[in-house]
Design a protein around this ligand. Structure first.
Ligand SMILES: *Cc1c(COP(=O)(O)O)cnc(C)c1O
Length: 494
């Protein structure tokens, strides 16, 4: 399968798309056409385990990869998850379903893809005959960084470097990153917010790729890399199959998904699943107080000229959702020039608008809303009180939006209703202070006190990954301003 850039003419193989990370013209790689999963293939998927389902989906895009190699890489990636299903679907007493994507080594959904990306990258290099050392450069709002570090630590021929916003991640996220083992890893804090980090990394790619490229091959583990997106498509299919095999729906019935959204990578994978033929009704895009996307849905204008709020769902504190570029490329009927123009407008003026037809289509496929901090706290509290199920703060945002959406449909006798799956993107133990506050109203100063209290209250098992971080030494303490990021990269690759 070939890939093209959202901004123009570039055309590459899947291996190149993954190895490059981002197109040379500054755009993002998208499949030249969407591959289809036929009704027969979907039926066959019912009898498969998670890794087999994922191998079928990934194989559609990465047809130059050896299918047996792909399957075995997926098997070993998901073998390190806690429990025997990497993405279990749980039925809630309110009739909704929660898709738990946090059972991986870092307790966030980023593990679903970042445990697989090292293989996709290494095999991609082999297919392209590249034997240079690879540098994986990543900006993180907290969870990607740790998942990338964990995925690549100790792997031969790769170095991984993570930039995170100094004040923009939770205490537990910071601890998880700064205690990372491995000789091939580096973690640096940046003064500023996630958008500053992401802009800094993108700038290094755009302006300094050639210079750095003399020494090492530069790529990214951010969700702009198609290798991040592809494994995420699989769990939409898998959740659907689980609904069918447990007789919750019939084959062909439509299902809605509600996704807590930041960089628009997770929900975009749902859109890709739909384009591949999965019977999806609506994709619900849930934002926190940084509600750029739900404002776009309401007004038709993407507008980043607004205050940036730090919230208790830090992985969604984003104003420039990178992967939205892939969606507007589709909404514009794949107009690379127009996409390019809009991205220029976004960079220069902080905004752009959708055309009337594009906005209609966006509203047809998606619904968007946001939950502020109080709404989120209340939702987490109520949900635990009523159903005994603790959620993390990001999932709380999504559940709040899902509840409101459901109520809206219930109030409208003409509405078309589907089963609703809420994607749970992190373990409550990853944000222990805020989750404890939501559950009890109590503040604790220390993350591990929070973990202990949540455990006492909910009896939910504490993941090994959280327990083990407690006594590890802090290895990384550097903080720089965003104009010093390049210097840190050059120092690291020496
Ligand atoms: C990254 C992340 C999100 C946002 O996902 P996007 O793909 O960036 O939209 C939501 N919740 C958690 C816990 C995350 O780590």
């Amino acid at each position: 399968m070939e890939f093209i850039s959202t901004r123009g003419g570039e055309r590459v193989t899947g291996a190149q798309a993954i190895v490059n990370g981002m197109a040379v013209d500054g755009g993002l790689y998208v499949p030249a056409v969407f591959p289809r999963i036929s009704a027969e293939e979907l039926s066959a998927m019912l009898g498969m385990d998670y890794a087999e389902r994922a191998a079928l989906v990934l194989g559609k895009y990465l047809d130059e990869y050896d299918p047996a190699g792909l399957l075995s890489a997926l098997r070993s990636a998901y073998a390190n998850f806690e429990g025997d299903d990497p993405a279990p679907l749980v039925r809630m007493d309110n009739g909704m379903y929660v898709l738990e994507l946090f059972h991986g080594p870092t307790c966030a959904f980023k593990d679903m893809a970042l445990t697989v990306l090292p293989y996709l990258l290494r095999e991609g290099c082999r297919l392209l005959g590249i034997d240079k050392e690879v540098l994986v450069l990543t900006a993180t709002s907290g969870d990607t960084g740790k998942a990338a570090l964990e995925g690549f630590a100790g792997k031969d021929g790769v170095k991984v470097m993570v930039f995170y916003p100094e004040e923009g991640v939770s205490g537990m996220q910071k601890l998880q990153m700064c205690t990372q083992d491995g000789d091939n890893v580096n973690v640096v804090a940046v003064r500023g917010n996630f958008d500053d980090c992401q802009a800094g990394v993108k700038k290094i790619f755009r302006k300094h790729r050639a210079e750095i490229g003399q020494e090492v091959l530069l790529t990214s583990a951010n969700s702009i890399n198609f290798g991040r997106l592809a494994p995420q498509i699989a769990y939409y299919f898998s959740a659907y199959c689980d609904l069918v095999t447990s007789s919750q729906i019939g084959m062909g019935d439509k299902v809605d998904f509600c996704v807590p959204t930041g960089n628009f990578g997770n929900i975009l994978a749902g859109y890709y699943a739909m384009r591949m033929g999965l019977p999806v009704g609506k994709l619900l895009c849930a934002s926190n107080r940084n509600c750029v996307l739900s404002d776009l849905w309401k007004t038709g204008t993407y507008d980043t000229k607004r205050p940036f709020w730090r919230t208790m769902s830090p992985s969604m504190d984003i104003l420039v959702s990178s992967n939205f570029e892939r969606l507007i490329f589709e909404l514009s009927n794949r107009d690379g020039a127009l996409t390019s123009e809009r991205m220029r407008s976004l960079a220069q003026t902080g905004r752009y608008s959708l055309g009337a037809e594009e906005l209609n289509e966006f509203r047809d496929l998606f619904y968007a809303d946001f939950a502020n901090e109080d709404d989120t706290v209340e939702c987490i509290y109520d949900f635990f009180e009523e159903y005994g199920y603790p959620m993390d703060t990001h999932t709380g945002v999504a559940m709040c939006v899902a509840n409101r959406y459901k109520k809206k449909l219930d109030d409208d006798p003409m509405s078309e209703k589907h089963p609703l799956v809420v994607l749970s993107t992190a373990s409550p133990y990853k944000f222990p202070q805020d989750v404890l506050y939501a559950l009890t109203g109590n503040d604790v100063k220390d993350s591990f006190k929070g973990v202990k209290r949540i455990h006492l209250l909910t009896a939910m098992k504490v993941p090994e990954a959280i327990k083990s971080v407690r006594y590890k030494p802090i290895r990384f303490k550097t903080t720089v301003s965003s104009d010093k990021m390049l210097a840190e990269v050059l120092k690291f690759i020496g």
